[in-house]
Design a protein around this ligand. Structure first.
Ligand code: N2P
Length: 375
């Protein structure tokens, strides 16, 4: 919604500039003094009370526009002329985007709460952003795993291997769930990472042979898959419209809890497969062309307050980057949920998704387009 809300404000200020507008554009640096932050984020990826509380405290207006894939975000950033002040890429896309020059180096003097980010998280992020110069951790852990409707799966296969990628990559298993609805993320790097984990290969492999083997698995699964998306599947699981999804931890765990709270008969579960899986690390970054960088810093700094970071984890079921300091503010459920904070033996099986080369990405995207359209 919100980008469209930004446009009238900007236009109004340009029109009023002659007569004096509270906002307006500083012709020297292209920086605007308007009290606006244009945030471009994943859908369902911020507690709904966080933005109004920030707006009230600072007298700012936050426009929240959404996307549902790193590929969409990257295409916009590389095309230039985006109007965003803050974006939320996954670290494995950030690395390439930094090299492409789309981000502004952070002015850390404007981010006094940076010290709240756990050193372990900042160190993990520095593998993608050396020296932590361009990005701040937002959610440090999302895993790609299996979301399922317990009763529907059990009814079709009492001994279904719900903790194994065989659920998707063994067609004799997957075929049993076709009628109750199967979905997969539209996130090629994560889906391929999952398939490589199933094959016992390196989930970050860029080998052409590995990709060919994954392609075979995906094409064999395709006839049984009803939808490929990253923003609808979790609502569909909660409504009972799907019974199995290859998806992201927080979205599935949240749907599970919402269905329970609403007293629906749908009981959902999330599992991290025993073959291992990929994890993602999502960050906050300021595009080089942002018109309101100082407002962006103010909002990023606000998100790094331990109580605010905890609100986001409580609402989203993803572990935040203010890991230790936000713990006292967490609800029981994310704090003790192994899907949100996996125990050490499960964490040992998580492989952080690494940046992919442009050559490999081209091959992968070709394969993915064919996979999606394959009947
Ligand atoms: C939120 C999706 C979060 C992205 N709906 C996980 N990397």
């Amino acid at each position: 919604m919100p980008l469209t809300r930004a446009v009238p404000t900007l236009l109004a200020c340009v029109t009023l500039a002659v007569t004096g507008c509270a906002g307006g554009t500083d012709s020297a640096g292209g920086k605007s003094t308007e009290k606006v932050v244009n945030l471009y984020n994943w859908g369902d990826y911020m507690d709904p009370t966080v933005i109004p509380a920030f707006e009230k405290e600072y007298g700012m207006h936050v426009n929240y526009d959404v996307y549902d894939s790193n590929e969409i975000l990257e295409t916009k950033l590389l095309a230039g002329h985006s109007t965003y002040d803050i974006v939320v890429p996954s670290a494995y896309f950030l690395e390439h985007e930094i090299k492409a020059g789309v981000y502004r180096k952070l002015d850390k003097t404007k981010l006094p709460n940076l010290g709240n980010v756990d050193p372990e998280v900042a160190a993990g992020l520095s593998a993608y952003d050396p020296g932590n110069q361009y990005a701040v951790g937002y959610m440090w852990l999302s895993t790609t795993g299996i979301g399922y409707n317990v009763a529907e799966i059990r009814a079709r296969m009492p001994d279904a291997p719900v903790d194994s990628w065989r659920m998707f990559f063994d067609p004799s298993v997957l075929a049993r769930f076709q009628d109750c609805g199967v979905a997969m993320l539209d996130a090629p790097i994560n889906v391929v990472g999952a398939a490589l984990a199933f094959l016992g290969r390196d989930p970050n492999s860029e080998s052409v042979e590995d990709l060919a083997d994954v392609e075979q698995l995906l094409f064999a699964a395709r006839p049984f898959i009803r939808s490929i998306n990253s923003a609808q599947y979790y609502g569909d699981l909660a409504n009972g419209d799907l019974c199995l999804a290859l998806g992201w931890s927080g979205d599935i765990v949240l749907s599970r809890d919402r269905a329970k709270e609403a007293g629906r008969s749908v009981a959902l579960a999330f599992s991290i497969p025993r073959e291992g899986t990929v994890s993602n690390f999502d960050v906050l970054a300021v595009p080089a062309e942002a018109a309101h960088p100082d407002n962006a810093y103010l909002f990023i700094n606000y998100l790094l307050r331990p109580e605010v970071a905890a609100k986001n984890t409580n609402a989203l079921m993803y572990a935040n980057s203010v890991m230790t300091k936000s713990l006292p503010f967490l609800n029981e459920s994310p704090r003790h949920d192994p899907a949100v904070y996996p125990p050490p033996e499960v964490r040992a099986k998580l492989v952080p998704t690494r940046a992919k080369s442009p050559q490999y990405t081209r091959l992968l995207m070709h394969m993915w387009t064919r996979f999606k359209s394959h009947g």
